[in-house]
Design a binder for this molecule. Structure first.
Ligand code: HEC
Length: 223
């Protein structure tokens, strides 16, 4: 009988040890505390950085090169509560916008009463100015009475500017130079890396390979 009691007690003890052990082991495997969490935001930040890069997107010149007045007319539906666009159209809550591209900022037609924020701004409605204005009227002319939050999508702004330009003309568009140049620089860098590696192969292979690898490592975070 004593033996059986000892055997049973032994099993109970063994079960306790197994339970404790498995809790320790599972703790090691699954990291029940939050020690691992910082690794996940690291991953997401990388994604955000990529999104940010994409949001920087093509420059104004590139966007304008493919801007579409018909698409811009649809965007302009957001403006018609306050603006007319046709030649000789009435001023409403906002001024008539016929021929506004290239005009002096805050001048308008038919004696529209601009805020001093806009009439005192100075300059003309270049594509760049109009892009900045439509992105955020308040940021462009603090104190403006155009109570419109702005068009957050660069494509919408490009299209609506194309529509404005189609109604009364516009100055010359900025050239779409920048993105092509950026890509060219990237390609150049990649080519230089390859060339360096080739040269390295011909001459002192190990040292130059290291140099090429260093270049690659430096080039990616810089982007
Ligand atoms: C809620 C009414 C309202 C809406 C919506 C609105 N605007 Fe305006 N807009 C105004 C007012 C008011 C002014 C005059 C601002 C000032 O004097 O500060 C103005 C001024 C402007 C000017 C300057 C004109 C000039 O001759 O200098 C432009 C360009 C313009 N708006 C474009 C647009 C476009 C494009 C949209 C649509 C994406 C739009 N606005 C939406 C009310 C509006």
């Amino acid at each position: 009988m004593d033996d059986r009691f000892n055997t049973a007690a032994g099993w109970v003890l063994f079960a306790g040890i197994v339970a404790l052990g498995s809790s320790i082991v599972s703790g090691m495997y699954f990291h029940a505390d939050s020690a691992e969490h910082p690794e996940e935001p690291g991953f997401f930040i990388q994604g955000e950085a990529e999104d940010g890069g994409a949001a920087d997107g093509p420059d104004l010149g590139t966007l304008l090169a493919s801007a579409d007045a018909a698409a811009g007319e649809k965007v302009f539906a957001k403006c018609t509560a306050c603006h007319t666009i046709e030649q000789g159209g009435a001023n409403g809550i906002g001024p008539n916008l016929y021929g506004v591209m290239g005009e002096s900022i805050g001048t308008g037609h038919g004696g529209f009463a601009f805020s001093s924020a806009l009439s005192g701004h100075g300059g003309t409605w270049t594509w760049e100015n109009m892009d900045a204005w439509l992105a955020s009227p308040r940021a462009f002319a603090n104190g403006t009475k155009m109570s419109f939050a702005g068009l957050s999508k660069p494509e919408d702004r490009a299209n609506v500017m194309e529509y404005l330009a189609a109604n009364g003309g516009a100055p010359a568009k900025p050239a779409p130079a920048a993105p092509a140049a950026e890509e060219a620089i990237e390609e150049d860098a990649a080519l230089e890396g390859e060339e360096a590696a080739e040269v390295a192969g011909a001459e002192e292979a190990p040292a130059a390979e290291n140099a090429a690898a260093d270049d690659g490592g430096a080039a990616e975070p810089a982007e």
